[in-house]
Ligand binder design. Structure first.
Ligand code: FAD
Length: 358
């Protein structure tokens, strides 16, 4: 999580290539058949192939149960047909191939969440030895023009317009969302760390600016003192802003590291009851980390711009970029509102926790 924070502080958009690829890599490593692993794993690990997560559709955003992308069995693979929107790093020429992880419904599967399966769908088909082959009927019809996060191209992708799009099933059919959810806690926590990394970078720029920028006279000046100008960090209102930013950044960082520790403990301890205890903590804290660290991170970036005056608003110091880049982390991986619903309806109520005091 600390590495995620640091890289996002440097450039969140560009880091998306690596973080999305890691998610796809983990899904293949955990749920791929030997055929899938042989074709994709080695190149994903080396970074020769990058990865994307294709969930969202024009009519299915927060409520993925409505997704309409279809899969039809074709020998040991499937034919995929449908449209995905807002796909981060969905089209580019930085890697030899792009491996899409696509949620789709196998023909005959029930509607709703239960009928959804997960597929690996490469941009170029891949031979047994992992070498890329012909195009796989995945077509990008556009790259979004966005408020920020410009380092990560956000694509509209059409799968199977010519019925030639080959996909490989991960895990069992109709398990798509449950496989995704096994990765979801770490992905949501990483999004929280993204918020902290960008907020921390904005705070550091504002702090260093406040030490350098000379403006106005000291509030401590007595009648008759010479009119010596001071750096703006001397002004109480600027100090208040800086302390707000520092408090939020350090508090959210601690919250995320602590939750990451609980994830490790939930896997490492031998005692089953303790393992379950840590798992419960992770379930409850993850939506809090995701929503709170990103919403508050955005406020930190806004405060950084404000505390630098006009210099925060112009592009020279890049602090406005953190404000624009940060907003998306409050939206993807489930909006902050959806995290609140998840916490209140699902996490606090399972196993009668509302009454158990955990
Ligand atoms: C830059 C960018 C990159 C993205 N990258 C990816 C990606 O790589 N892969 C991918 O699959 N998707 C990606 N997304 C899509 C993102 O996950 C969705 O935008 C997000 O899940 C919200 O869906 P939506 O935009 O359809 O909004 P909607 O679901 O239409 O929601 C609109 C508003 O209504 C609220 N709302 C919705 N349902 C409820 C409810 N039941 N109760 C209360 N409030 C509700 C939401 O909180 C939101 O404020 C990306 C989006 C952006 C902007």
């Amino acid at each position: 999580m600390s590495i995620t924070e640091v890289f996002n502080g440097a450039c969140g958009g560009f880091y998306a290539f690596s973080s999305l690829s890691s998610s796809v890599l983990n899904l293949i490593a955990n749920f791929g058949t030997e055929t899938i692993k042989r074709r994709f794993l080695d190149k994903m690990v080396k970074g020769t192939f990058t990865g994307t997560m294709c969930l969202t559709e024009p009519e299915a955003g927060s409520y993925l149960a409505d997704l309409t992308t279809r899969a039809r069995r074709d020998g040991e693979a499937f034919r995929i047909k449908g449209t995905k929107i807002f796909i981060g790093t969905g089209e580019h020429d930085l890697s030899e191939n792009i491996v899409h992880c696509v949620l789709a419904r196998i023909e005959g599967a029930p509607s709703g969440y239960k009928g959804i399966s997960l597929f690996i769908v490469p941009k170029y088909r891949v031979n047994e030895d992992g070498t890329p082959d012909l195009l796989n009927d995945v077509y990008c019809s556009g790259i979004e023009s966005k408020m920020g996060w410009d380092g990560a191209p956000t694509a509209t992708l059409h799968f199977g317009d010519h019925d030639e799009c080959q996909g490989w099933l991960l895990g069992e059919g109709r398990q798509g969302l449950s496989l995704m959810f096994q990765m979801m806690n770490e992905m949501r926590l990483a999004t929280g760390a993204q918020g902290v990394g960008q907020a921390a970078a904005a705070y550091q720029i504002a702090l260093s600016f406040a030490r350098d920028r000379i403006q106005g006279l000291s509030y401590r000046r007595q009648k008759g003192d010479p009119p010596v100008q001071v750096p703006i960090i001397d002004h109480p209102d600027i100090r208040r802003n800086l302390l707000f930013m520092k408090t939020v950044v350090e508090g959210c960082r601690r919250l995320i590291i602590q939750t990451a520790l609980y994830i490790d403990l939930s896997k490492a301890v031998d005692d089953e009851r303790k393992r379950e205890y840590y798992q419960d903590l992770v379930e409850i804290l993850t939506p809090v980390c995701k929503a709170y660290a990103t919403d508050m991170g955005f406020r930190v970036a806004e405060t950084a711009v404000q505390s630098m005056g006009g210099y925060g608003y112009i592009k020279d110091y890049h602090v406005e970029q953190y404000l624009r880049d940060l907003k998306v982390s409050c939206i993807y991986e489930g909006t902050s509102g959806i995290q609140a619903i998840d916490l209140q309806r699902r996490k606090l109520n399972i196993k009668g926790r509302a009454n158990s005091g955990l």
